[in-house]
Ligand binder design. Structure first.
Ligand code: CA2
Length: 149
């Protein structure tokens, strides 16, 4: 059995579906989790899906992923635009990390157009709502734990 794919979600993503559906869609994080679990089974994988509003907890989970995950799908929320520490934790991983954003951050306010993670992840998927997580899972599985594949 392969290691799980960690799906890590940052601050405020627990509020999805409650406000701003025009920006983030109407799915809740729990809806996204349910859909992704089913897709993971189809693809012969398991996911470990988590959310935290705390930067340090996200960093601890990235450290845990070094030993315990095949790949990481990461929506770091607002920390994507602010956290050098999160970037350093991603840079320390040798497994593939795929950055996901529900919204197209490149078409939004100037402060959202830069992510500190972009240069240290395998790739970024932005602007496809919850579907972006499914695209990221398919990419993670086809990379098969190979960060350069
Ligand atoms: O588009 C994305 O996935 C984001 O990572 C979502 C973050 C935002 O800070 C990033 O710039 C882009 C926000 C998470 C959700 O925030 C909500 C706030 C109010 C109501 C519902 C969600």
């Amino acid at each position: 059995m392969t290691k799980p794919i960690f799906v890590l979600n940052g601050p405020n993503l627990n509020l999805l579906g409650e406000r701003e559906p025009h920006v983030y869609g109407s799915e809740t994080l729990s809806d996204i989790h349910d859909g992704l679990k089913k897709l993971a089974i189809e693809l012969g994988r398991s996911i470990d899906f988590r959310q935290s509003n705390h930067e340090g907890e996200l960093i601890d989970w990235l450290h845990e992923a070094r030993q315990n995950a095949e790949a990481v799908i990461l929506n770091a929320g607002g920390y994507s635009h602010t956290s050098i520490s999160l970037r350093d934790a991603v840079a320390a991983l040798t497994i593939p990390v795929i950055e996901v954003h529900l919204s197209n951050i490149y078409a939004r306010e100037p402060f959202r157009r830069h992510s500190y993670l972009t240069e240290v992840v395998r790739g970024t998927i932005a602007g496809f709502g919850g579907e972006g997580y499914s695209l990221a899972l398919r990419a993670a599985v086809s990379l098969g734990g190979n960060s350069r594949g």
